[in-house]
Design a protein around this ligand. Structure first.
Ligand SMILES: Cc1ncc(COP(=O)(O)O)c(C=O)c1O
Length: 373
């Protein structure tokens, strides 16, 4: 049996009609740019994550970029973040002329090590950007206590974590602002690109709204230099049609994660740490945008899974601090060992709401076969 890493057709089939209807309605209304669906989605997502408001934008990448623009981050500023994330997290800061200070991760959650992040700040630090990687929130508590320091923003990169929570609250609802992605494979994924910035600062939201539309207010009068970071009405309408399903999708992801844990524990592979399972800290709600295990001989296992038709992905094969475009930072192999080890050892196995138990059995069976053969 082959098992897909993600099956878009299967995911969309039960909601195809409501998605098509949403698109048709917007086509009929013709209100394609910042139509009322955008404001509806902004309000719904903000309420969901416990923020005062939201601003829909063109992608998760642009959510980070426009949030940092609105915070006034630019040349001479520093942004502290993790090297074990999608490129956009760091790319946004660099594009604004800021310097990125990469800090190592926690080996178990793969998230930014907050104590080290605080240690790494300097008087030039304008933002710390924790990423709620794979759907498990970074430990914001010490950061929020510390970030009471004026002038240092906490930008939560919640692209992979809509619906995730920690004892303090929900992803994207706690920091100075939160950024989300609606890339199709995200837990709330549209039929194209999309993103959103949340915040509880009305002033910051207003600034993001201004920046999203070329800094124009009123039209053709430009207070500041912004860009076109608008979310399409069609995308907002589709996301609104999907939003009522998000909680049941998340529950299914979490049920699959529990089942993976049981199956791997029964296999014996976790006992000697041949396979290390993702952790969920007490009081945290992991939403498993990805189910990422850490394994011995990762590349061997990946080749074996490929040979047997089991989908997998490697998030991420190379840490950001060793990418050619960041060579000027002077970091080397060994500089951030936890992130580097994660890049060598992690493997994401299939988890999406429509994955069948029988397919999960096949995934675990193939992994067990590889180590027992
Ligand atoms: C952690 C993280 N940040 C930012 C992004 C960027 O989002 P988008 O692909 O919507 O631009 C992604 C998406 O892949 C992500 O996973």
């Amino acid at each position: 049996m082959s098992v897909p890493f993600f099956d878009m057709g299967r995911h969309l089939a039960p909601i195809r009609d409501s998605v098509v209807q949403a698109v048709a309605r917007v086509v009929d209304e013709g209100d394609f740019i910042l139509g009322s669906d955008v404001a509806d989605l902004e309000a719904r997502v903000a309420r969901l994550v416990g923020a005062a408001g939201g601003v829909g934008v063109s992608s998760g990448t642009d959510a980070l970029l426009v949030a940092m623009m609105a915070l006034g981050i630019g040349p001479g500023d520093e942004v502290v973040t993790t090297p074990f994330t999608f490129f956009a997290t760091a790319g946004a800061a660099i594009r604004l002329g800021a310097r990125v200070r990469f800090v190592d991760i926690e080996p178990d959650t793969f998230n930014l090590d907050i104590a080290r992040a605080i240690d790494a700040t300097t008087p030039a630090t304008r933002a710390v950007v924790p990423v709620h990687l794979f759907g498990h929130m970074a430990d914001l508590k010490p950061l929020l206590a510390w970030a009471g320091r004026p002038g240092v923003a906490v930008v939560e990169d919640a692209a992979q974590a809509i619906g995730a929570s920690c004892p303090l609250g929900m992803a994207g609802g706690l920091g100075t602002c939160g950024t989300f992605s609606f890339f199709p494979s995200k837990n709330l994924g549209g039929i194209g690109d999309g993103g959103l910035v949340t915040s509880s600062s009305e002033a910051l939201l207003d600034r993001v709204r201004l920046m999203r539309n070329h800094g124009a207010r009123p039209k053709y009068h430009h207070e500041v230099v912004g860009g076109n970071f608008r979310l399409d009405t069609i995308q907002a309408a589709v996301l609104l049609a999907m939003l009522p399903r998000l909680e049941s999708w998340t529950r299914r992801r979490r049920a699959l994660a529990r089942r993976y844990a049981t199956l791997f524990e029964q296999s014996g592979l976790t006992r000697d740490r041949t396979v290390v399972l993702p952790v969920q800290r007490p009081g945290f709600r992991h939403v498993y945008n990805q189910y990422v295990i850490r394994v011995r001989d990762r590349d061997g296992l990946a080749a074996w899974l490929k040979q047997h038709g089991v989908g997998y992905a490697i998030y991420y094969p190379e840490p950001l601090h060793l990418q050619p475009c960041f060579a000027d930072l002077g970091l080397r192999q060994g500089s951030l060992p936890n992130a580097e080890a994660a890049c060598r050892e992690v493997l994401a196995i299939p988890i999406f709401p429509e994955l069948k138990d029988s397919e999960q059995d096949e995934v675990v069976g193939r992994v067990v076969e590889f180590y027992r053969r």
